[in-house]
Write a protein that binds this ligand. Structure first.
Ligand code: BES
Ligand code: MN
Ligand code: ZN
Length: 486
């Protein structure tokens, strides 16, 4: 989708589709026949947030109107989201190539013009995404190509900024979702590296990687214990974006990139195992956020690390009881090979130290326990730094891609006790997502660190099965604010 901004009045536009509130739409139609059609069509319209009405108009500059219910009165942010999401899902099935958007004229308590346009356009990006790479007869392409935001003198700077940022965010979201949806016989660590390398064509972006030999030299025994059972070698992918000042400490983003998680020797049960292709959605989201930041030319430095490996059972696979030595020097007794995410992430966190990051944020489909705790509505947020945690929470609220903070108190650390190594990689049934975060915290130590457990939010199951693109909107918003632009 391409977003544009244009000055003008709704009453003067000519477009295949005008999106607006009931009053906006009424005031923009002057042709008598069209007014009569509109009058008849809207007679029973309830006009509540979430209601929509698509009306075909006879001969005029505006061929169709899409009316967003509730948008002539003041709304709160939740109602406004409901209204724009309903509009976006109608747009996803509309038959037009371009449309004009005016819904930022709605008054929203706690949402200025920039917020209203930003969230409106993100809703459109999310709803109009399609993935049919592997269909033998591809579904017809999404007809809608362009959405123009109609602005006036007062709103034009805010609108332009929201438009530019959403062109970048839309592109990052599509990347994250495409990578997540790719089947695991295609998306292995080497393929993921190839996709990451494509980011190198963007301004100020460089891409490199550590292969298994290099990781062995660095002592990443924990990471390597995961990829050991697989025919596909693991990769630590490094994407650097240098949009900030030289010498400015970078934000480090780390993504869990398990391209398929069978559980290893601690094999997972069969039903639903296909969804473990989504176990690289953390990696997909940090690559997507990095692409968005680079396309938006944010004045910030970012180091993105992707811990890419496949977790397979085989004659070479790690056994429960094996002890490995991580890059930090800490030893780990692997009691369950299905707790592999933390094993690749801990070495990536240690490796991130060489970039002297201002903060480290890891993103991972880490635990089933997080799905039980928070469901699909919020990502789990864990952090040893209140300012970082609050900034991420605020970014999630702002973008509608919310997280909820969970504790990482030392009280939980006892669950990771091992009789044979410095720690075990699992700690029983209680507080599974917290214990996993506490494991990572042992490697973060003095770093300003946050961990997002996206096991419940990164993808949809059931009939809507597919990558959601979360938490790219929250990460992008965080990067916009951290760059000093917000
Ligand atoms: N990738 C899974 C976590 C997961 C589960 C993501 C369900 C999405 C949906 C992770 O590697 C895993 O298997 N975690 C184990 C940890 C346990 C062995 C301590 C889990 O959650 O069961
Ligand atoms: Mn697992
Ligand atoms: Zn996993």
């Amino acid at each position: 989708m391409k977003y544009l901004v244009s000055p003008g009045q709704p009453s003067q536009v000519s477009t295949p589709l005008l999106i607006g509130s009931l009053a906006t739409v009424r005031s923009s139609i002057s042709n008598a026949a069209a007014r009569a059609t509109l009058q008849a069509a809207t007679r029973d319209f309830k006009d509540q947030a979430g209601d929509t009405l698509l009306v075909n108009l006879p001969d005029g500059g505006i061929e169709q109107v899409l009316i967003a219910g509730g948008c002539d009165v003041g709304l709160n942010t939740t109602q406004y989201r409901k209204a724009i999401q309903a509009v976006a899902s109608v747009l996803a099935t509309a038959k037009v190539q371009s449309a004009v958007w005016t819904l930022h004229s709605t008054r929203v308590d706690g949402g200025d013009v920039y917020w209203r346009v930003s969230n409106g356009l993100t809703a459109i990006s999310l709803a109009t995404y399609v993935y049919h790479r592997h269909k033998s007869t591809p579904a017809p392409a999404q007809p809608l190509r362009r959405v123009t935001v109609l602005c006036d003198d007062r709103s034009k700077d805010s609108c332009a900024r929201a438009v530019n940022e959403n062109n970048a965010l839309g592109s990052g979201l599509a990347l994250a979702r495409d990578l997540g949806n790719e089947p695991p016989n295609v998306c292995n660590p080497t393929w993921l590296l190839g996709e990451a390398r494509k980011l190198g064509t963007l301004d100020k972006v460089t891409v490199s990687a550590l292969d298994e030999k290099k990781m062995r030299e660095l002592g990443m025994g924990s990471f390597l214990s995961v990829s050991h059972g697989s025919e596909s070698p693991g990769k630590l992918i490094i994407v650097q974006y240098k949009g900030g000042k030289r010498g400015d400490a970078p934000v480090a983003l780390i993504g869990k990139g398990i391209t398929f998680d069978t559980g290893g020797i601690s094999l997972k049960p069969g039903p639903g195992m296909d969804e473990m292709k989504f176990d690289m959605c953390g990696a997909a989201s940090v690559l997507g956020a990095t692409r968005a930041a680079a396309e938006a030319k944010l004045p910030i430095n970012i180091v993105t690390l992707v811990a890419a490996a496949e977790n397979m059972p085989s004659g070479r696979a790690t056994r429960p009881g094996d002890i490995v030595r991580s890059m930090s020097g800490k030893t780990i007794e692997i009691l369950n090979t299905d707790a592999e995410g933390r094993l690749v992430l801990c070495d990536a966190i240690t490796y991130s130290r060489r970039f002297k990051p201002r903060v480290v944020i890891d993103v991972a489909t880490l635990t089933g326990a997080c799905v039980i705790a928070l469901g699909a509505h919020a990502s789990g947020l864990f952090s040893n730094d209140d300012d970082l945690a609050n900034a991420l929470l605020a970014s999630g609220d702002w973008s509608g891609d919310r997280a909820w903070r969970m504790p990482v108190w030392d009280d939980y650390q006892t669950q990771l006790k091992s009789n044979f190594a410095d720690m075990a990689n699992v700690g029983g049934r209680e507080a599974g997502s917290v214990v996993a975060a506490c494991f990572l915290q042992r490697f973060a130590e003095d770093l300003k660190w946050a961990h997002l457990d996206i096991a419940g939010t990164a993808y949809h199951s059931g009939p809507r099965k597919g990558s959601s693109g979360r938490p790219v909107p929250a990460l992008f918003r965080y990067l916009v604010t951290a760059s000093g632009r917000a």
